[in-house]
Write a protein that binds this ligand. Structure first.
Ligand code: MN
Length: 423
């Protein structure tokens, strides 16, 4: 466990109770302001610590890496320098922000340059994402979908408990939180229609997911074992895998989702490091039947991360529609990465691997409107008197996630997106 995780640590930067970003978190992101181009930053309370400024002042001189990597368009170069570097930078930042450390605290000129109010900054995509994979690793979600669309008696397909099912998604249309998404258009076909028709999606949905970002690459032909996997995982973000259910239903046979998914996916801007999540490890649920040897693992590989989804209609009367937890995942990230590379598939720095919709055991913990409204059969009542089966134009979907223990809250900030009418 890193010294930067000590629950006793306090920062000289004010961190309000309930903040996602205490000194024990220190997630990495990319930002810009009206005065400055893109640069790397670390969130602390309501501020961003500008890493380029901190490096320029010589405060990171003890750590060997190219300081220019902190003012490139994305974090790929920085996180690609390896965990030895990124962990050392996080620990050094922890020292610099510590209440007892005067280096930055008592240097008013530098402090004014290095600390930027989050409200004055625009967050940017933290990484350029070369490849994106979406898994399907929540047993509750896969079971719910199986019950709805196939056979309640055999809801899980025969392969599901033997391998982490996944597919390759579209990296180019992943956007940062706050980016509006237009309702997609496409082909749909009603069950009783003779032919498909074309028009705006009518069953637009969110999928509550988390994703990990890799910080280390492999060569084609190499595999990563479950024991090595976490060395490749830099950190995690919240992920909304927007889904057009009517388009999906018509197009997905036999190769899986295509245009129902690739019109846009949203990530939260701060990458919370695995280092910061260390205190929140929990056991993976029991896997029965026994998995093949390359999927076996040792230790606590799941993480206890509370998750929630809120729908905010145009009039602002929001409603929390789901409260779930990342700990429910049947397949853990180490197994996902081991499976992904067991055939020799290479991974790249900045790749994004999403969990699949994270549903818990009860209807209030389901991670999509498809499940929450049970295909539209059980609409939910909004606080403004309207109801929702799926997402309407001008609705904003906000996802939040955090871990909490010993009075320390490690949060992910927001993953938010507003739906605009079809173009
Ligand atoms: Mn998904």
């Amino acid at each position: 466990m890193s010294r930067a995780n000590n629950p006793q640590l306090k920062s000289w930067v004010e961190v309000k109770p309930g903040s996602d970003f205490p000194i024990q978190n220190l997630p990495f992101g990319m930002f810009m302001t009206s005065q400055m181009t893109s640069r790397a930053g670390v969130a602390i309370g309501e501020y961003i610590l500008d890493l380029a400024v901190v490096a320029e002042a010589g405060l990171l001189d003890g750590i060997k890496f190219d300081k220019k990597d902190l003012s490139r368009p994305h974090l790929n170069w920085f996180i690609g320098s390896g965990k030895k570097v990124t962990t050392a930078v996080r620990e050094r930042i922890s020292d610099l922000l510590n209440a007892d450390n005067a280096e930055l605290r008592d240097n008013a000129g530098l402090r004014a340059k290095a600390l930027v109010k989050q409200s004055d900054a625009q967050m940017l995509m933290p990484v350029r994402i070369p490849n994106y994979t979406d898994f399907y690793s929540s047993k509750e979600h896969a079971t719910n979908v199986g019950i709805m669309f196939r056979d309640p008696a055999n809801a899980l397909l025969p392969n599901w408990k033997h391998l982490p099912v996944g597919y390759h998604g579209r990296a180019s249309s992943i956007v940062i939180s706050g980016t509006p998404i237009h309702r997609p258009k496409g082909q749909t076909k009603a069950d009783d229609a003779a032919a498909p028709s074309f028009g705006p999606c009518r069953l637009l949905d969110f999928e509550l997911e988390m994703a990990f970002i890799t910080g280390k690459s492999t060569e084609l032909g190499e595999s990563i074992s479950t024991a090595e996997a976490e060395d490749y995982i830099f950190g995690m973000v919240l992920f909304n895998d927007w889904s057009a259910r009517d388009i999906q239903k018509w197009e997905y046979v036999p190769l899986g989702p295509f245009l129902a998914k690739n019109f846009g996916s949203t990530i939260s801007p701060w990458i919370v490091t695995l280092d910061a999540l260390e205190p929140f490890r929990v056991e993976t649920p029991v896997q029965e039947p026994e998995v093949l040897p390359y999927l076996k693992f040792e230790g606590k590989k799941n993480f206890d991360i509370y998750l929630e989804v809120e729908i905010v209609p145009e009039n602002g009367k929001s409603k929390t529609v789901s409260q779930s937890n990342f700990k429910y995942m049947y397949w853990n990230m180490s197994q996902q990465l081991a499976h992904h590379t067991v055939n020799g598939c290479n991974i790249e720095v900045g790749d994004l691997y999403a969990s699949g919709t994270i549903s818990g055991p009860t209807p209030d913990s389901y991670g999509s409107m498809l499940e929450i409204s049970w295909q539209g059969k059980k609409p939910i009542q909004m606080t403004d008197g309207t109801e929702r089966k799926f997402i309407l134009d001008y609705d904003t979907v906000v996802m939040r996630g955090w871990c909490e223990k010993d009075g320390v809250r490690i949060g992910f900030g927001e993953c938010s997106g507003k739906i605009l009418p079809a173009l």
